[in-house]
Design a protein around this ligand. Structure first.
Ligand code: FES
Length: 199
């Protein structure tokens, strides 16, 4: 990719960032946690697995939870978001998840156990900022063909698709991390453990 193409893409990113990120409160917003039921705050701080109720997670919505002191995103992907992932294989750096950024069960097209639910550690793989969720309806500000939203890191302009796959030509070197997780039922997600026996 030429320097001109990279510079042009970077300008578009920054224009989109000002429009989208500015609209949600500035570049340095703290990451909010959704309410959680268990375990205790102390257990969260030391990294115990956490159970998340996803029964009220609407299509297109995202929860942010704390695990091992890091933000973890639980995103409900729409069919439009899933379609955009399928269209971006040629634009992302590691389309097949070859790098060790996810458990084996998430080494698939959508980097997830369930296509409709994406679970990611919400920290940029460049220098650890927390990227912003860019919704389908906000993605057009970035002016990128086939991109229907995902995640944008305002610190240095890294962009990720709706599977957490990093675009070519941005500072972040690898895809976002998928943490160990499993479903205890259709509506309860366990983060931090993936081999618990389910009755
Ligand atoms: S920390 Fe995200 S682009 Fe640098």
């Amino acid at each position: 990719m030429s320097a001109d193409v990279v510079d042009s893409r970077r300008r578009r990113f920054l224009t989109g960032a000002v429009t989208v990120v500015g609209g949600v409160g500035g570049l340095c917003t703290a990451w909010p946690f959704a309410s959680a039921w268990q375990p205790s705050e102390r257990a969260r701080a030391i990294g115990a697995p956490i159970e998340i109720d996803i029964s009220k997670l609407e299509p297109g919505a995202m929860l942010t939870e704390a695990w091992q002191g890091k933000p973890v995103w639980i995103l409900s992907r729409t069919s439009e978001a899933l379609d955009s992932v399928s269209a971006l294989d040629g634009a992302v750096r590691d389309p097949d998840s070859s790098e060790e950024q996810q458990p084996d069960y998430a080494r698939n097209r959508f980097r997830s156990r369930r296509p409709d639910i994406l679970v990611l550690v919400g920290l940029c793989t460049h220098l650890g900022c927390s990227p912003q969720h860019v919704r389908v309806e906000q993605a057009s500000y970035f002016g990128l063909a086939d991109w229907r939203g995902g995640f944008f890191c305002p610190c240095h302009g890294s962009l990720f698709d709706y599977a957490g796959r990093v675009f070519k030509g941005v500072p972040a070197p690898t895809n976002l991390v998928v943490p160990p997780h499993q479903y205890l039922s259709d509506t309860v997600l366990l983060i931090g453990e993936d081999s618990r026996e389910v009755a």
